[in-house]
Design a protein around this ligand. Structure first.
Ligand SMILES: *[C@@H]1O[C@H](CO)[C@@H](O)[C@H](O)[C@H]1NC(C)=O
Length: 254
């Protein structure tokens, strides 16, 4: 018993003395590429050193955004490769193949809360749940077309449908953002109403195109990978534009 206790004390001390906890350091371009590829969303703090303005706040923010992987990098070779010119916090995400930079020299005040918000706003995934925070990131993306899955958390097929759509999303990177709208949340009633839906009508799938401000519903029926893929492809072919929109004004679907 004594050796085990001694060992655990040693381990505890080692972790406690490591000021920035478990933040990995990216030593070269290969390591950076592997890290960026390791998850749908990752964050890297590019800092000259630990004394740099904002470093402490970044380490604190990293703890708050768990489980998002976070690393630090001070290697200029990597900075050049990723077009980083000065201390910067960057979020890399696969959903729209995007690198969002927060250049710290341009930020007026650096606070942990502000960094956490920067990260959570930009945390778009292959399927992103819509809320007030992610709405900002969704509408800032260059990808203006959303494939919407309306489903209520707690319903039988919620997890199955979410996973199924999340698995389809990579086929449409750069074309669609896949967004989950939880019908069990009162604040989402407006989004449902925009498509002429009530929470009792779910699950359903729709497309919203921000460029043309038009919207369509996939007709009722099984929400299979094949049907949704075809729905997305028909939008990309331009077939949907000739079809009547969904919504309260025009009840016709497709
Ligand atoms: C970054 O590094 C990768 C791999 O070494 C290389 O293929 C790419 O061209 C580099 N990009 C820039 C902008 O230097």
């Amino acid at each position: 018993m004594f050796p085990a206790l001694f060992l655990s004390l040693l381990v505890y001390t080692a972790v406690a003395e490591d000021k920035d906890g478990a933040l990995p350091r990216l030593g070269d371009v290969g390591a950076a590429e592997a890290f960026i590829d390791s998850a749908e969303v990752v964050v890297v703090g590019f800092f000259e050193g630990e004394d740099s303005h904002g470093y402490k706040e970044f380490v604190e923010a990293a703890k708050e955004v768990k489980p998002i992987p976070v690393a630090v990098c001070g290697e200029k070779e990597v900075w050049a490769n990723l077009s980083i010119v000065s201390d910067t916090i960057t979020i890399f995400r696969k959903a729209d193949n995007h690198q969002e930079n927060l250049q710290l020299s341009e930020a007026k005040k650096i606070e942990t809360d502000g960094l956490v918000r920067f990260i959570t706003v930009n945390e778009l995934r292959y399927i992103t749940e819509y809320n007030q925070v992610t709405a900002v990131g969704l509408f800032n993306s260059d990808v203006k077309t959303h494939l919407l899955l309306f489903t209520s958390r707690g319903s039988d097929d919620y997890t199955v449908l979410k996973d199924r759509m999340g698995a389809l999303a990579p086929e449409f990177t750069g074309k669609f953002l896949f967004v989950l709208i939880n019908g069990a949340v009162k604040a989402n009633e407006r989004s449902l109403g925009y498509f002429g839906l009530k929470s009792g009508d779910l699950p359903r799938v729709g497309i919203y195109d921000g460029d043309s401000d038009m919207k369509w519903l996939l007709p009722e029926g099984e929400i299979s990978t094949e049907r949704v893929r075809e729905f997305c492809q028909s939008f990309l072919r331009g077939d949907l534009k000739e079809v009547k929109e969904a919504g309260p004004e025009s009840k016709t679907e497709l």
